[in-house]
Design a protein. Structure first.
Length: 339
């Protein structure tokens, strides 16, 4: 308990000093789905090696110099990694592991063991209230049913009240009308709802024109449903992210967030895997951190507005800080256990 509170205090200090606080960690690129909005399940990614337990131990040791991080454990589908529980336990000693997954492999035993290992938050991707549309988008029949069941199972098998379960949707041109029905499903389950904006840097789905003011519509839903806990400052910029050819600038990837792939290559973000700042296994962490910062200073890309970037930047640099801090509290506050 003391260690957990100390980690949180250290994280708050790092946050207010605007240091690196968020890491996307790709354990592997294999996936049992074939989503139209992602290409990590295709070659050459699927042939990349998986991170081993020993490699994760090295990563965790090197990351200690940065202070506690929110580590988004990803892939591919992270639950395809046979050592995910041990890896979660390693990362949780000094950090806050979270995960987004498709829900296919979630069982009561898996859920309990994940939370016992130290997973702080699990979000399950559900893009449509319509099962047929979700399954088609994700390239897997039965994906919708498995995802909803996973949300229920995860929520019922949390170990501590501060462990959270979210439904999360990728906002695209053809699912805005699905958001409100999805919020209602989340509400009925007793869980909360998040969104992220589609990045067309990956996948084959055509990036079409939205037929409404995205931000205005989503913010109106936030006012109606307390279960919709995405930061208002983040949602406020969805319309600009879509309509501005330059995207949202500046991007603080490299300064406040970064990525490590399954080969140990360190990059500013998950969409710039060829722009390598170093390798976590062969390079000194101080050098990597400086290279990331140099890349941040010279970068001119603002293409994506995904939640891993947008939520951090909203809290650190956005206007209406108090409103966003209150929303962040609602996103992370304790939820009573159901058992």
């Amino acid at each position: 308990m003391f260690r957990d509170h100390y980690k949180k205090l250290q994280y708050v200090v790092s946050f207010h000093r605007k240091k690196l606080i968020h890491l996307n960690l790709q354990l592997l690129y294999n996936c049992n789905f074939q989503c139209k909005i992602c290409d990590f399940w295709e070659e050459p990614f699927r042939s990349y090696p998986q991170l081993s337990v020993e490699q994760v131990k090295i990563i965790a040791k090197k990351l200690k110099m940065l202070g506690p991080l929110v580590i988004s454990v990803g892939g591919g589908e992270p639950l395809l990694h046979k050592d995910l529980l041990e890896i979660t336990s390693i990362l949780a000693r000094d950090n806050f592991p979270v995960m987004i997954c498709n829900g296919w492999f979630i069982t009561p035993e898996v859920a309990r063991n994940l939370f016992k290992a130290g997973m702080y938050e699990v979000s399950i991707s559900v893009d449509y209230a319509d099962a047929e549309k979700h399954d088609a988008q994700r390239g897997k029949k039965g994906a919708h049913e498995k995802a909803l069941n996973a949300l229920k199972v995860l929520h019922e098998n949390r170990v501590y009240p501060d462990q959270r379960v979210h439904m999360i949707s990728v906002i695209m041109d053809d699912n805005l009308d699905q958001v409100e029905p999805l919020i209602k499903i989340a509400k009925d389950m007793g869980i909360t709802y998040l969104i992220t904006f589609y990045s067309n840097a990956r996948g084959t789905k055509e990036n079409k024109t939205y037929h409404t003011d995205i931000s205005k519509y989503l913010l109106s839903l936030k006012k109606q449903y307390k279960e919709f806990v995405a930061l208002p400052g983040y949602v406020q910029q969805f319309t600009e992210a879509h309509t501005n050819p330059k995207g949202i600038l500046p991007c603080y990837a490299g300064k406040n967030l970064f990525n490590i792939d399954s080969q140990g290559n360190v990059t500013r973000c998950i969409d710039r895997l060829d722009d390598i700042a170093g390798n976590i296994f062969t390079d000194d962490m101080k050098t990597i951190r400086q290279n990331l910062y140099n890349q941040f200073q010279s970068a001119s890309c603002g293409d994506c507005w995904t939640s891993c970037r947008g939520s951090i930047e909203t809290l650190m640099y956005g206007s209406q800080r108090l409103e966003n801090y209150i929303a962040y509290y609602k996103m992370t506050k304790d939820v009573p256990l159901t058992h």
